[in-house]
Structure formats: structure tokens, C-alpha cells
Write a protein that binds this ligand. Sequence first.
Ligand code: ZN
Ligand code: ZN
Length: 325
Amino acid sequence: MATKNNGESASTRNKTLRCRMCGQKNTVKSGYKNGEAKCGKCKLPLSDEFHKKFADLTKHDYVHPADSKALAALRAIPGIDSGLKRLLKVTGESAIRVTFMASAVKVTPKQCPDLHAKLQIACTTLGVDMPDMFIQQNPIVNAFTGGVDKPIIVLHSGLLERLNDEETLAVIAHEVGHIHAEHVLYLTAARLFEALANGALATVIPGSDIIKFLISAGINSALLAWARRAELSCDRAALLVTQDKHVVGKTMMKLAGGTLASKIDYDLFLEQARDFQKVYDEKVIDKFWADIINAGLSHPFPIWRVSEILNWVEKGEYEEVLQKA
Ligand SMILES: [Zn+2]
Ligand SMILES: [Zn+2]
């Protein structure tokens, strides 16, 4: 916390406030209140509240039990790791990278520096090496992480247009969470199967014999069922970075409400999430997975996701992880 006279100039009555998120020094009016001004570098609201960074966070500290359970079931399928690695070898990690290098804008300290700063915040908070991040022209409000050994994060332009700076950090943190939780190999394979299910890649993709093998082994459906549950873990990672459940909640509200988000009442949205929690039934949710896959939604059920986050906070588990920082 800045001391009262830290950097204060008698003539301008300004003071220096170091951004708790990215460390940048900012000049603010001495009577300034938390949240009134934004950091010049990361554009997040300035505050003298402490932001925790985790020294040795492991995925076991926060991964959702539904994620661990589905992942264990997935890994129990004989031949899965070698099959997926063979598949991704022929479909090519380098192809993913080249595609985005050729078609999307790469975020650097000079290109969209505030997004670069947000990526850095998410990586330093969770303890992850910085991946490359790209912005892709796409009206669908979404983001994803792909790759095998060198993951990349891609943010759609539609997402950046819709979300404010804190919500954008939440999404970037969610994606960095996929890297931290070691989801990337399976996630990339899941995306490939999704693209195949939607007919997007059927004619261009090599390795169709491997794909047939994986589908016949039931790997694709186990993979897609896991991928939805993996989202719950990464929403927790987003909360561990933003350290504000309402930022995660409002991000979900915008994902749920689309263009109407500005007219939606957040408190009523939360009430809906709590009502959902009361009638939650995993078996019923399970039945919906197939429909979701068919609808091509990669981050489904924002209400369910926000209810899961509220539940994690209310059970005190979030606070327990936070204490480790
Ligand atoms: Zn900052
Ligand atoms: Zn995700």
C-alpha cells in the first residue's frame, strides 16, 4: 500500500500509485479513491488493495472434481495418449501456429500493449511461462488455447469489443488456466474433433485413419465430455487471477446475454445462478453434452458456470487457495 505522502508533490497534490496488477507506476490525484482511475499500462482499475501472486500453485489446488474425474476416465482409455499425439503430429502443431501467424494479429509489448500486460498479469499470478497470444477477427464472443508443446492463446475480436478491461483479464486468465492445468493437448484434440463433427475440416485433414481409430475407441466422446468440465477448472483460475467473483460473474453474464448484456440486471442474473444450483442435477446436465457439441458451443452454460464459481467461493475453498499466495 502506498504511504500517504508517497511521491506526493505539494504543487500538484498528485501521488504515485504502483499498479497492484502489473507493477506500473501511475500518477493519481491525492484524493483519489480505489477504482476511479485506470493503470496506464494494463488499463485495469487502480487500487491500493493487495493483489496476490501465487508462488507455487499446482493444478490440484483448484481443479474442479468433475474435471479430474472425467480426465481420469479419459486417460483410462487404452492408447489415448499415443493416439492423440500421433493425430496432432500429422495435423500439426506448427500448422496451428502458422495459421494464426498468417491470419491473426500477434499481441506484443508494442502491439496492443494493454492486452500483453494482462497476459503477463495472468501468467505471473498463476506461475505460467508466457505463451504467444493472437487476436482474430471473429464476431463470436470466444477465446481458446491450442497447441501441444508450445501453446497459443487466441482471442476473438468480438470478445474484446464486448468485454471491459477486467472481464478481458478474466478471459485471458481462464485461457492461461488451461495451460496451467495441463489441458492443452486434450483441448487441442477436442477442438479438432469438434471441427470434424461440424464438417469444417473433413476434407482437408490428414491422418483420417488415426481419427477413425480414435472415434471407434470412444475417445472423441470422452474427450468432448471432459472438455466441458475442464471449463469449470479454468473459471476458478480466472477467479484466482481477478480475485473478484463479480468480475467472473459479469463476464459470464455477457457470454450468456450477448448483445443484450448492457440491459441485463446482474443481481437477477446471480439469483438465476443460485436458483440453478438448487435444481442442479449432474445426470440432467450430462444429457445436454451431446446437444452442446452439436450446437458448436465451446464454452457452454454460462449460468451453470457462474453457479459453480459462487459455490466454490461459498464453500470457502477459494479463500483456502488464496491463503497459499
Ligand atoms: Zn497495471
Ligand atoms: Zn476454456
